[in-house]
Every structure is written in structure tokens, then in C-alpha cells.
Design a binder for this molecule. Structure first.
Ligand SMILES: Cc1cc2nc3c(=O)[nH]c(=O)nc-3n(C[C@H](O)[C@H](O)[C@H](O)COP(=O)(O)O)c2cc1C
Length: 157
């Protein structure tokens, strides 16, 4: 059976979007159907028939971008009750205490909304404000996606 994943992404300069595409391309189409939607385009995703939802956004001012913040703040608790979820961000390659991490905040919010986190919040690093992603980050994103997907695939029905 083909599983369904949704990647909700915000991206100002295209870096987080590139990570979202790497995630989609990593998941074998024989097992996963993956859709990417911009955070600004959804009120709250329709979680029915989804097996996995991934939220990714740029770290801005140590936290969420405005579009991701608006999306996660507007959602109703329990809308995605029990749905497998994971979060990723892009940020500067420095200690998290200095950079902040949108992914950590997203993960906490998703948990509060009733999602079941299936992987660690992950960061992918940019060289500067507008990017580009550091070498190897898209490969790391593909590995992270496969790891998250494998965790969902092994959950007993
Ligand atoms: C307004 C603004 C604030 C930012 N603040 C941070 C920050 O606190 N920590 C950090 O690591 N990166 C910060 N950045 C850099 C972003 O993380 C970087 O622009 C982002 O990863 C690029 O992804 P995108 O192309 O998907 O927007 C900031 C960028 C902007 C535009």
C-alpha cells in the first residue's frame, strides 16, 4: 500500500523549499506519495488519509517565520490527533543556543496539537541569510526523510 505524506513548508529565499524537495525525492514512489504545500497557502492541512506530515521553515529571529507562526497558532488542538509528524528547519551552522531553531518550536507546537512526533527535529544549515545550503545538506535531508519514513512504516497498524 502506498502511504501519503504532506510537507508543509515556508521559505523566503528557497533554501527550506529545496530541502522539502530533497525530502520528497528521497521517498520511493512505490511506497510514498508526497505532496508539498506552502505554509502560507493553507489554513490547516486536511489530515484525513495522511500517514505523515512534515513541517519545515526557516529559523528567523531565533524562532518561527511569520507564515509558520500564523499557521501553527491558528490551528485547533486535536485537528491531527495521533498523526505521525516531524519538523525541520534551515538555520545558521552554529550552536543552537545562538541561532535558535524553528524546528524545535514547530515540533513542540505539533505535539501540542495532538500530532505524534516520529523523529527528532532536524536542522539543515545555510551559509548566509539567503543561503546557499552548505555542501551535503540536501543529502542529509534525504537521509533524515528516509529515517522518518522508516519509523512510520514500522508502526503497527
Ligand atoms: C528576518 C530574518 C531573521 C533571521 N534570524 C535567524 C536566526 O535567529 N537564526 C538563524 O540561524 N538564522 C536566522 N536567519 C537566517 C535564516 O535562517 C535563513 O534566511 C534561512 O535559513 C533561509 O531559508 P529560506 O531560503 O527557506 O528562507 C534569519 C533570516 C531572516 C530573513
Amino acid at each position: 500500500m502506498v502511504m501519503r505524506a504532506l510537507v508543509v513548508v515556508d521559505s523566503r529565499f528557497g533554501n527550506t523549499e529545496a530541502v522539502a524537495h530533497a525530502i520528497r525525492d528521497a521517498l520511493p514512489p512505490t511506497r510514498w506519495r508526497v505532496e508539498i504545500i506552502p505554509a502560507a497557502d493553507v489554513d490547516w492541512p486536511d489530515c484525513s488519509d495522511l500517514d505523515l506530515v512534515l513541517f519545515g521553515g526557516p529559523t528567523q529571529r531565533h524562532g518561527l517565520s511569520p507564515a509558520m507562526n500564523a499557521l501553527l497558532s491558528g490551528a485547533h488542538v486535536g485537528r491531527c490527533c495521533g498523526l505521525a509528524a516531524a519538523a525541520f528547519d534551515t538555520r545558521y551552522h552554529m550552536a543552537k543556543i545562538l541561532s535558535g531553531s524553528a524546528a524545535e518550536t514547530i515540533a513542540r507546537r505539533l505535539e501540542g496539537l495532538g500530532c505524534r512526533l516520529v523523529g527528532p527535529a532536524e536542522s539543515f544549515y545555510v551559509a548566509g541569510r539567503e543561503g546557499p545550503l552548505l555542501d551535503g545538506e540536501l543529502e542529509r535531508a534525504r537521509t533524515w526523510a528516509l529515517d522518518v519514513a522508516a519509523r512510520v512504516e514500522t508502526i503497527p497498524a
